[in-house]
Ligand binder design. Structure first.
Ligand SMILES: [Zn+2]
Length: 117
C-alpha cells in the first residue's frame, strides 16, 4: 500500500509525506529538508502521532486515520512509544545535568566572591 499526505510547511508549499508498506514493512518518507536526508522531522512525527493539525488539507483526515488502521502501523506505534519514552528519559537527565551545572557555577561564583586560598 502507498498513501501520500500533504504536510503544512512554514514556506507555504506543502511537503509530501509518503507511507509505504511492503511485505510487513512500513516506511515513511518526507520530502522536507530534513526528511530527504532521512532525518527525523516534525511532519513524519505529527502524522505518526495522528496529529491532524499538520495536514495541509483537512480533507485528508480520513486518509490519515486509514493509514493508522493499516496492520503494519501497529509495529510503528510500538516503536513510537519507545522513541517517546527514550526522549523523555533524555529530557529528565538533561534537567538533572542543568541543575548540577547551575549548582557548580553558583558554588564557583561564591568562591570567587569570598576568595580562594
Ligand atoms: Zn518533514
Amino acid at each position: 500500500m502507498k498513501a501520500v499526505l500533504l504536510a503544512k510547511s512554514s514556506l507555504g508549499e506543502p511537503y509530501n509525506v509518503e507511507f509505504m508498506t511492503d511485505s510487513g514493512w512500513l516506511r515513511v518518507f518526507c520530502h522536507c529538508q530534513a526528511g530527504v536526508l532521512q532525518r527525523m522531522c516534525k511532519h513524519k512525527l505529527a502524522f505518526i502521532q495522528g496529529d491532524t493539525k499538520m495536514l495541509f488539507d483537512s480533507n485528508q483526515t480520513s486518509l490519515l486515520l486509514e493509514i493508522h488502521s493499516w496492520p503494519e502501523f501497529g509495529n510503528l506505534k510500538a516503536h513510537l512509544g519507545e522513541y517517546e519514552k527514550k526522549l523523555l528519559e533524555i529530557e529528565a537527565a538533561q534537567s538533572v545535568l542543568a541543575k548540577q551545572e547551575k549548582a557548580i557555577k553558583a558554588e564557583f561564583a561564591r568562591g570567587l566572591s569570598h576568595g580562594f586560598k
